[in-house]
Design a protein around this ligand. Structure first.
Ligand code: NDP
Ligand code: 8X3
Length: 251
């Protein structure tokens, strides 16, 4: 049987990188996306020993760039079987009266509009083939809110609603839509949120064992490899040390 082609946004670090490495080493064809070219090149060097890999360098916020990239995909890469909408970050952790408008723009533009631009470019091909699988990376922050998480939580609640709406729109076309929602995962996420402040980033995971990117990659692989009639519509994955956004057991 022909190997499936999986497109992963945000494949240069954290959950996206671990997923590309796991799926690539298990024979899936990989389209790895991100802005950091050197990291995409590095991933390509590693994975091309095991599988076929195409790297695409673009910013998901740039509607024109997204359209250009997808309109000029090489013929043999046009059939995308699985889309993993993973690119995203939190920017800042501030109260609603003090947060920066730039941070809000970044989160809304990347986590919501970027996900939509890529989806809109990929889904019509799935519709015409009457098959495909979209996996949106949501968050515990899309199921509840926490102080100072205002707009990040808002974007992840939007991913939750968009995932559910997508599933309804794509039902008649035989396309699966799944959402994978992690709690605390130790990636570059907190470094990005705190704009490179390593001390603040480390404190997020202090005295507790968070999830690792590889844990979520394994869940994503499980979601993708279910039988044709089974769709894992939603999933919430927490570390043992976390019960909610605000209830974390620390030593
Ligand atoms: P990382 O910071 O490690 O990875 C983020 C990825 O997103 C990078 O590959 C980055 O690539 C990409 N990205 C960011 N901005 C853009 C952009 N404008 N255009 C294209 N790509 C972009 O974080 P995680 O792996 O933790 O995050 C992945 C997803 O998981 C996110 O959606 C996040 O919200 C979600 N999540 C994370 C949790 C956590 O605790 N870590 C928990 C729950 C959900 P590059 O910079 O090269 O463009
Ligand atoms: C990332 C997890 O709790 O930092 O989505 O918002 S959290």
């Amino acid at each position: 049987m022909e190997n499936k082609t999986v497109l992963i946004t945000g494949a240069t670090s954290g959950i996206g990188l671990a997923t590309a490495r796991l799926l690539g080493s298990n024979g899936f064809n990989i389209i790895a996306c991100g802005r950091r070219k050197e990291r995409l090149d590095e991933l390509k060097n590693i994975l091309e020993k095991d599988t076929r890999i195409l790297t695409l360098e673009f910013d998901v916020r740039n509607k024109n760039a997204v359209n250009k990239v997808f309109n000029s995909l090489p013929e043999e890469w046009k059939k995308i079987d699985v889309l993993i909408n993973n690119a995203g970050n939190a920017h800042g952790l501030d109260t609603i009266d003090q947060a920066s408008l730039e941070d809000w723009d970044l989160m809304i533009d990347i986590n919501v509009k970027g996900l939509l631009y890529v989806s809109r470019a990929v889904i019509p091909g799935m519709v015409s083939r009457k098959s495909g699988h979209i996996i949106n990376i949501g968050s515990l922050a899309g199921k509840e809110t926490y102080a100072k998480g205002n707009v990040y939580c808002g974007t992840k609640h939007a991913v939750d609603a968009i995932s559910s709406g997508m599933r309804k729109d794509l039902l008649e076309h035989g396309i699966k839509v799944s959402q994978v929602c992690p709690g605390l995962v130790n990636t570059e996420f907190s470094e990005v949120r705190f704009k490179g402040d390593e001390k603040k980033a480390e404190n997020v995971y202090k005295g507790m064992e968070p999830l690792y990117a590889e844990d979520i990659a394994e869940i994503i692989e499980f979601v993708i490899t279910r039988p044709k009639h089974v769709n894992i519509a939603d999933s919430l994955i927490l570390p043992l040390d976390q019960a909610s956004s605000t209830e974390v057991k620390r030593s």
